[in-house]
Design a protein around this ligand. Structure first.
Ligand SMILES: C[S@@+](CC[C@H](N)C(=O)[O-])C[C@H]1O[C@@H](n2cnc3c(N)ncnc32)[C@H](O)[C@@H]1O
Length: 273
């Protein structure tokens, strides 16, 4: 929803976002295990689902953005005393607001930011996932909202970042015991492994020599009783043919004809030693 009402509701939600309220809303286990390291957040069981009105209680955004909002509420409601780095921060403020309001420090890097601004803890500056302008072991948590799927993307004429380089660079700036959170759409846009929902390949990017406890939450894969959310014609005609090269025509056709876009939230911990 890109209506005026939608933008006002989005701003209002972000301005009034309360860590305490979200701690209460998302306390305990809010997902169900599906397979080792993979968890489901079904719409019917989601704490953002309004069972009386049979709709999502997040009143703005596309079905995907509603899941992004819910996942951020669940993951960023307690950042007390933590130094947190956002990769590809764009203009979405919810996580930043929650981190600051719950007692953490937000810092961001963004390839579209002004390169003349000096990197500083507590502010946004130029940087990419493979080039982070901060010393080793600076952050407790590194995260990206709808960003990781673009790092390796070929479309728009950019040089794709190598996921191995990006995750090694992120590992470098994390303190021992630090963790990551990256959410991304599936069956939508970005690198082909996200477009095709290739979860094993996504998990493999997190080398066991650097990362442990890699987990993926799937939000809205099981969308009933809410509506299906098929990929848009724009991405089907733009990103899909430009990005997909390692999957067969039959696999792509099956995804195109049956898929409903959903969100994954990937978390992992820096391996000790
Ligand atoms: C779809 S936007 C999301 C922006 C914002 N996080 C949000 O949720 O609205 C993708 C973001 O990832 C950033 N991005 C793309 N490639 C990147 C890379 N290699 N390293 C860091 N950020 C990148 C883009 O500049 C952009 O801000």
């Amino acid at each position: 929803m890109h209506s005026k009402k939608g933008s006002i509701l989005k701003r209002w939600h972000s301005l009034t976002a309360s860590p305490k309220r979200f701690q209460k809303k998302w306390a305990g286990t809010y997902h169900a295990p599906e397979s080792p390291g993979v968890y489901q957040v079904r719409c019917s069981d989601c704490r953002s689902f309004d069972s009386v009105k049979q709709r999502c209680s997040i009143g703005f955004g596309t079905p995907l953005r509603k899941c992004v909002v819910s996942s951020i509420e669940a993951h960023f409601n307690d950042c007390r005393d933590r130094h947190v780095l956002e990769i590809g921060f764009g203009r979405f403020m919810l996580a930043r607001n929650l981190i600051r309001r719950s007692g953490g420090t937000w810092t961001g890097v963004e390839p579209k930011a002004d390169r003349s601004i000096a990197p500083r803890i507590g502010a946004g500056c130029y940087g990419t996932a493979s080039e982070i302008p901060f010393p080793d072991e600076t952050f407790d948590l590194v995260f990206g909202v709808q960003s990781i799927e673009h790092w390796g993307q070929k479309v728009h004429g950019g040089t794709p970042s190598d996921y191995e380089d990006c995750l090694r660079e992120i590992h470098r700036v994390l303190r021992p015991g630090g963790s990551v959170y990256f959410d991304a759409p599936v069956y939508f846009h970005g690198h082909e492994m996200f477009v095709m929902g290739d979860l094993p390949r996504i998990q493999q990017q997190f080398s066991p020599s650097l990362w442990e406890n890699v987990a993926i939450e799937k939000w809205r894969e099981d969308y009933e009783p809410l509506e299906k959310y098929p990929p848009s014609e724009t991405v089907l005609q733009g990103d899909w043919p430009a990005e997909i090269e390692s999957y067969s025509d039959a696999q792509v056709a099956t995804a195109r004809d049956n898929a409903s876009v959903y969100l994954i939230a990937i978390t992992a911990f820096k391996k000790a030693g």
